[in-house]
Design a protein around this ligand. Structure first.
Ligand code: CP
Length: 320
């Protein structure tokens, strides 16, 4: 990894990141990943920085890994729990943000149910400090897309031309939107499959091949990404029944052996509905499942994103 210049303040989506920027993020992630594998204590390059996690929706993986990432680099973290904050007394997002900026935070990691809110915050209230999108509504989850991409590249080496199939509730999946955008930039052969009510209208324009039946979608796939059925966002009647969905789209060992080529990998961004979108024996099978590798990559990716956005400018190979 050589010296490079970074001048992007916010990470709000994948669409706006260039291939060069993504390669820089991947290189830096790799450097941190190797350090984590070797239990290396990183230089506290973000010492004195205060990273705020502002989550208006629940999270386990994203919130914890951003916190760990910040702490691994010497930053302090402040967590606003919306459930016990003044938001519950009716405080607006704008007022919450103004107050937090006044307290002197240096970066904010935001999860919110409103699509596009991170872009809006980055352009207005948080202009001066980095905004890192931790999932905004149905729009994007860029750090998840990047950790998925890092995990895929470790498993498949080159992504170009590889058949990658995303299964399930694409409509409500910000993870799928970030992944499709990223995989297209790197020349993957992206397929999606699900009931028509869960595939966004016009999704083919994103350069994906659309299926309604699982078999052709996963046949010859190099990697399959199963998505959570987002029951909390789905309107009543969007699928005839969960049982039918499981029969048609749930991935099991039998279906994998019947339709897939040997050596196919399986991913899931979590949280999983075991025995709905994926059977437990597949999810827990270290020969094909990359699910915990995704989680492990998440800390390193978020260390890279915090380093780049908080330091910016010319960064040398020691990230000094
Ligand atoms: N993948 C993901 O975003 O998980 P969390 O909701 O636990 O953060």
């Amino acid at each position: 990894m050589s010296n490079f210049y970074w001048n992007r303040k916010h990470i709000v989506d994948i669409g706006n990141l260039s291939v060069k920027e993504i390669e820089i993020i991947m290189d830096l992630t790799d450097r941190f990943f190797v350090g984590l594998e070797q239990s290396k204590i990183e230089e506290p390059i973000l010492k004195g920085k205060k990273v705020l996690t502002l989550f208006y929706e629940n999270s386990t993986r994203t919130r914890c890994s951003f916190e760990l990432a910040a702490k691994n680099l010497g930053a302090e973290t402040i967590d606003i729990s919306v459930a016990t904050s003044a938001v519950k007394k009716g405080e607006t997002l704008a007022d919450t943000v103004d107050n937090l900026v006044a307290m002197g935070v240096d970066a904010v990691v935001v999860r919110h149910s409103s699509s596009g809110i991170c872009e809006q915050l980055a352009r207005t209230l948080f202009k001066e400090i980095p905004v890192l999108n931790a999932g905004d509504g149905l729009h994007e989850h860029p750090s998840q897309g990047l950790l998925d991409f890092y995990t895929m590249r470790k498993a498949l080496k080159d992504i170009k031309g590889k058949k990658i199939t995303i299964v399930g509730d694409i409509l409500h999946s910000r993870v799928a939107h970030s992944n499709i955008s990223l995989l297209n930039k790197f020349g993957a052969d992206v397929h999606i499959v699900g009931p028509s009510t869960l595939l966004p209208f016009g999704i083919e324009k994103m350069g994906v091949t659309k299926h309604h039946f699982l078999e052709p979608a996963i046949e010859n796939a190099d990697l399959i990404m199963m998505l959570r059925m987002q029951l909390e966002r789905q309107k009543a009647g969007i699928i005839p029944s969960l049982g039918e969905y499981i029969n048609l789209y749930g991935l099991t060992r039998d279906k994998m052996q019947q339709y897939c080529k040997p050596g196919v990998f399986v991913m899931h961004p979590g949280p999983m509905n075991r025995a709905v979108e994926i059977s437990s024996d597949l999810a827990d099978d270290p020969k094909c499942s990359l699910i915990l590798d995704q989680v492990k990559s998440g800390v390193a990716v978020r260390m890279a994103l915090l380093t780049l956005t908080l330091k910016g400018g010319m960064i040398n190979e020691n990230v000094a």
